[in-house]
Design a protein around this ligand. Structure first.
Ligand SMILES: Nc1ncnc2c1ncn2[C@@H]1O[C@H](COP(=O)(O)OP(=O)(O)OP(=O)(O)O)[C@@H](O)[C@H]1O
Ligand SMILES: [Mg+2]
Length: 257
């Protein structure tokens, strides 16, 4: 399964992506997590220190995986993949290191080519943490065209639900059929109703709602890892959402490309 995590800025994409990756890894699945944010933080949410995050090698920009003169997915994972404490293999795909250094489109082409490869031989679950906004859907070919599922994370704001609605439309145009909104940072129960109403109004299929979690907030502020204890409340909610989603996504791609 290849799953992209998208949504408006600051809604919790990286947090949710890391929690999903760790959940699957703890279940014994082989998980690859790809950070495509030019300001990468996913590795920290996966339990690496900021120093180790900085040391992760970034994929060369113009590398088209699987082309004759390039690397295979297997070679790329061996060369650029880095282990995290829960056993997730972390790939840092894009990073801006130089002011005025140009756009990141070629990095997105690299990610697109990697996702287009037969990842099933190397990973049971591949997760992609995206930069905020919609450009990954408009770029030539679409960075996420080869994903099976898109999770559009939302916070309890109308603008984030509208972003999700725009994402659903564009993703359908790319041929991605399974797109689900995921509410986050909800002050229960009032915000659950907000997500249900707005998603119905804007035609966003709502997968579930995750609570605002003080453990997540504290881990972020203290610079500590979101361990199993501090994240217990939100983890329970995520497990419930996953159980419902997994019954909805029968995935041909978990057997193939
Ligand atoms: N359920 C939650 N409860 C409390 N805080 C949360 C929750 N989810 C995310 N946060 C906090 O919200 C902030 C933004 O989260 P995160 O970085 O995951 O968002 P993002 O969508 O990836 O942001 P960006 O658009 O910058 O990539 C962080 O401080 C994070 O700790
Ligand atoms: Mg992020």
């Amino acid at each position: 399964m290849k799953l992209g995590v998208v949504g408006k800025g600051g809604v919790g994409k990286t947090t949710v992506c890391a929690m999903l990756a760790r959940t699957y890894a703890r279940r014994g699945e082989r998980v690859v997590a790809i950070d495509t944010d030019s300001n990468p933080n996913l590795a920290v949410s996966l339990g690496l220190s900021p120093e180790d995050n900085e040391a992760i090698p970034v994929l060369p920009r113009a590398l088209i995986v699987g082309s004759p003169s390039s690397l295979t997915a297997e070679q790329l994972l061996a060369e650029y993949g880095r282990p995290t404490p829960d056993g997730v293999t972390m790939i840092s795909a894009i990073k801006v290191t130089q002011a005025g250094g140009g756009c990141t489109c070629s990095g997105h082409a690299t990610v697109r080519s990697l996702l287009g490869q037969v990842m099933a031989e190397h990973a049971d679950v591949t997760l992609v943490d995206m930069e905020a906004g919609l450009e990954h859907l408009s770029r030539s070919g679409g960075t996420l065209a080869h994903t099976d599922v898109l999770l559009v994370v939302m916070e309890p704001s109308r603008k984030s639900v509208i972003t999700a609605a725009r994402t659903v439309t564009l993703a359908h145009e790319l041929g991605i059929d399974r797109i689900f909104g995921l509410g986050n940072k909800a002050r229960l129960p009032a915000d659950e109703g907000f997500f249900a109403d707005l998603c119905a109004e804007y035609d966003v299929p709502l997968a579930g709602v995750l609570p605002y979690d003080d453990g997540v907030r504290a881990a972020d502020r203290d610079g500590t890892d979101l361990g199993a204890d501090s994240g217990a409340t939100i983890q329970d909610a995520l497990d419930q959402v996953l159980a419902e989603l997994e019954s909805a996504w029968t995935l041909p791609s978990s057997q193939g490309a």
